[in-house]
Write a protein that binds this ligand. Sequence first.
Ligand code: GLC
Length: 544
Amino acid sequence: MGQPTPARSDDWWRSAVIYQVYVRSFADGDGDGTGDLAGVRARLPYLAELGVDALWFNPWYLSPMKDGGYDVADYRSIDPAFGTLAEAEKLIAEARELGIRTIVDIVPNHVSDQHPWFRAALAGGPERDLFHFRPGRGEHGELPPNDWRSEFGGPAWTRLPASPDPVQDGPSRSADTGGDWYLHLFAPEQPDLNWAHPAVRQEHEDILRFWFERGVAGVRIDSAALLVKDPRLPDFTEGRDPHPYVDRDELHDIYRSWRAIADEYGAVFVGEVWLPDTERFARYLRPDELHTAFNFSFMACPWDAARLRASIDETLAEHAPVGAPATWVLCNHDVTRTVTRYGRADTGFDFATKAFGTPTDLALGTRRARAAALLSLALPGAVYLYQGEELGLPEVEVERELIQDPMHARSGGVDPGRDGCRVPLPWAADAPYAGFGSRRTPWLPQPDGWADHAVDRQLDDPGSMLSLYRRAIRLRPAFGDGPLTWLPAPDGVLHFARAGGARCLVNLSDTPAALPDPAGILLASGPLDPDGRLPQDTAVWLRA
Ligand code: GLC
C-alpha cells in the first residue's frame, strides 16, 4: 500500500479526532468557579498542540442549568456564566485559525421551562400546541395521561396547578388538584416539544442556520431518536412496535430536511442515537440523513477481546451499507470515566448499574485505558475524546449534598448521577484549584490528589496519559484512511492492519504476546516485558 493520502478537507469528519468540551468544567477564565468561553479561548493552543480536528461544545446557550445546559431557554444566546455571543463568534474564528472546527450541541427534544414558548403556553397562549399538554386520567385527572417514565426516573408528566400563574411561579411540581399535565422525557424543567407542529420544525431549521451562519462546522443532535411521539400518546407496553417515542419512522423526514440545510453550508451532523438494533441505527446514517452518530455499543463494551472485536466488526458492518464512517467513543459527560470503568469488576457501561462505593483499581483501569486509547485511535472512522480523558482523570465520587445532576435526586438518591465525570479540569499543579480558575471554589469540588493529574505535570512526563494521546494523535495518519484487516493473533489478542500499512496489537489475555516485528514499534501504551513481548492490557502500534 502507498503512503496515506490526506483526507479531502470537506471530508475531515470521516476520520477526525473530536474533542468534547464541557464548558462549565473546562477552564474558568474569569475565576468565578464556572468554566467559560474565555477559559476555552485561552486554552486553544493546548487543544491545537494536542492535535484535535474539532471541538464539540456541550450546550452553551442561555439556561437555568437544571440539566447542565440541556435545558435551553434561548438557542441564540450564550449563557452569561459562559460569556457572550460575540465571544462565541471569536472563539469559533480563533479555533478555525488553528485548524480546529466547531461543533455545537442542539437539543431538539425539549426546551427549558423558562423558554419563552413554554412560559407563553402556561399563560394559556397558542404556544400550548408546541408542547404535549393532556388532561390527566382518573376521576379528577389526578393520574398522569399515560405510564411513560422520565429517563431520569419518576413519571414523564407533571401536572399544572388549576389556575396557573406561570410567569410568577412556573409549573407546580406537587399539585394534586389542578389542571392539565405536560410531558417531559427528562426533568420537569425540560418540557418536550411537539414535533408534529410545523412551527417546531421551522424554529429548529432557523436555529441550525443561525449557527451555520456563525461558522459552525457541525451539530451534535441531542436525544436524536426521541423527538417524535405517537400522537395518541398510548401507554408504553414493553416490546411495542413501533415504540411510542423511540426511533419513530417520522424522524427520518426531519433529518432529511436538516441534511439539506447542512449541505448548503458544508456542515455535518453527529446524532446521539442510542439504539441496540444496528439496522435501525444505520437508517439515521443514510446518505441524505445524518453524517455520523455516536457509537455507544463500543463505548459500553466490556474490556474483553472477543467482545471488543465483535463490537468493532458489527460497527463496521452496520456502517458499510450506508457509506457512513464509524465513530469510536470511550466516554462522555454522561457516563463513567474510562480509567474508572476499566478498573472495576464490570468493565462495561450501563446506567442501570451505577452505584456509590463501587471498588475500583485505578492503576489497572489506567493501563487498560491507555491501551484502549491506542485501539480506538487506530480504528477507521472518527474518534471522540472527552475533556480530561487525555489526562486519565478518574470518575469522582461527589458528596451527595453537592451533586447537581437531576439524575441523582430523581433516582431517590440511589444513582450517583453524572457529576463524577464533570469535575473541573486540573491545569496547573501548584495553582489555586489546580489552575482551573483563581478566585472561587469550582462549581463541583476537585478531590484530593486532583492536581497530580494537572496538564503542566503531564506535559513534562513522557510516560503520562497526555503525552501518549499527543503522540498517538500525531502518529495516527500512519494508519491511512482505508479499511481494517484482522491478522492472526493468539486468543485474547487483537491484531489488525489498516490500508495505510500500520498495525495495532492489543493484548487482553493474561499471557505476554510475541510481537511480529519488535523493531517496528511506533508507539506503545506501556513498557514491554524484559523479553520484548507485549504484556497484558498493553497495546502497540507497528509501522508498515
Ligand atoms: C442527552 C445528554 C444528556 C442530557 C439529556 C437530556 O442524553 O447527553 O446530558 O441530560 O440528553 O437533554
